[in-house]
Design a protein around this ligand. Structure first.
Ligand SMILES: Nc1ncnc2c1ncn2[C@@H]1O[C@H](COP(=O)(O)OP(=O)(O)O)[C@@H](O)[C@H]1O
Ligand code: SF4
Ligand SMILES: [Mg+2]
Length: 320
């Protein structure tokens, strides 16, 4: 078995929109030439500001979105090359937990129906008694009282709902779980409980996580390695949470995350300068207008993610 469970190989994803009533279509690149290995059994964190392409990356990982260019390979198989039946089989091994797990669930479903839905989607049939037992088991694994199975989503707290989302993700016994801001809408104390649950499940079940968040403190605490995204591109891949920050964006981002003032910390606004529009990308480095180290080369030539003698960083003048 390869150490890499999921691989992005030069993956880009474009979205088109109408420019205006008479205008033509214009295209923006939400994910830009991303190459990334997700190692088995580890937590790979993805951080970056809102709109930088994190959720698009999550959906590409599970082939809920098709790449415009490049390949997403799960266990060595290019997901775009699979037949629908083979893709469905692969999908059992890869699941997703959303920020709001109930946005995609029928509010008239009981909790048991919600937990058992992945089986239905995959054509796995159960008797009533089997469904009851299985749902109870997965609810318990997610730290919930199995009695909640008879309830409806609106009767649950935010933290309980997210636990149901996790129980659903566990139902098909996946190897990889993509977590897209799973605690972003929860109170800090509940957040900590969910993270503790995820850490415990990972150890017990040998899971691999792709953990997407804009909360840098959380990512530093929970992840083994960190991918820093800026305007759709990975600009630095930190091999460990204590690795030095070599990209000027990573340094600014991480510094701002640990400011004493919680309001400033939350909003990551320590940077000045504009984020370029993803519709009109500048030729050089997308971070140049905000970077104190920008040179004329930075405005002319796009830096690529290079593995130098240290870890991968996309910058012409990386920090020491
Ligand atoms: N289905 C879509 N159609 C058009 N644009 C989209 C779509 N999904 C995402 N985008 C755009 O792609 C960019 C990245 O979005 P997203 O991946 O949701 O970022 P993040 O999760 O980091 O906030 C944003 O500019 C967003 O508006
Ligand atoms: S390439 Fe230049 S502008 Fe971009 S981050 Fe590095 S130093 Fe700054
Ligand atoms: Mg998102």
């Amino acid at each position: 078995m390869s150490d890499t469970i999921l691989r992005f190989d030069g993956v880009s994803r474009d979205f088109s929109s109408q420019k205006g009533f008479f205008g033509g279509k214009r295209t923006m690149r939400a994910v830009d030439s991303l190459t990334l290995d997700v190692p088995r059994g580890k937590v790979t964190g993805v951080v970056g500001e809102s709109g930088c392409g994190k959720s698009t990356l999550a959906r590409l990982a599970l082939h809920l979105l098709k790449p415009t260019a490049g390949h997403v390979c799960f266990e060595g198989n290019d997901l775009a090359g699979l037949t629908p039946a083979a893709l469905r089989r692969q999908r059992r091994h890869m699941q997703m937990v959303f920020q709001d797990p109930y946005s995609s669930i029928n509010p008239r479903f009981t909790i048991r129906d919600a937990v058992m839905e992945p089986f239905q989607v995959h054509g796995v049939r159960h008797t009533r008694a089997e469904a009851k037992d299985k749902a109870a088991r997965f609810l318990e694994m997610a730290g919930l009282d199995p009695q909640l199975a008879e309830r409806y989503p609106q009767q649950l707290s935010g933290g309980q709902k997210q636990r149901v989302g996790i129980a659903r993700a566990l139902a098909l016994e996946p190897d990889l779980i993509v977590l897209d801001e799973p605690t972003a809408s929860l109170d800090v104390s509940i957040q900590a409980q969910i993270i503790a649950l995820l850490a415990d499940l990972k150890t017990r079940l040998g899971l691999t996580y792709l953990f997407i968040s804009h909360d840098l403190g959380l990512v530093r605490y929970f992840c083994d390695r960190i991918v820093v995204m800026y305007l759709g591109a990975a600009v630095e891949i930190l091999p460990s949470t204590d690795a030095p920050h070599r990209h000027p964006y990573t340094r600014t981002l991480m510094d701002s995350a640990f400011l004493p003032d919680p309001e400033r910390r939350k909003t990551v606004t320590a940077m000045t300068g504009e984020i370029p529009s993803a519709f009109e990308r500048p030729p050089g480095c997308a971070f140049a207008p905000r970077c104190s180290l920008a040179s004329s080369r930075c405005y002319a030539e796009k830096p690529v993610l290079l593995t130098t003698e240290r870890h991968p960083v996309a910058c012409h003048h990386p920090l020491d």
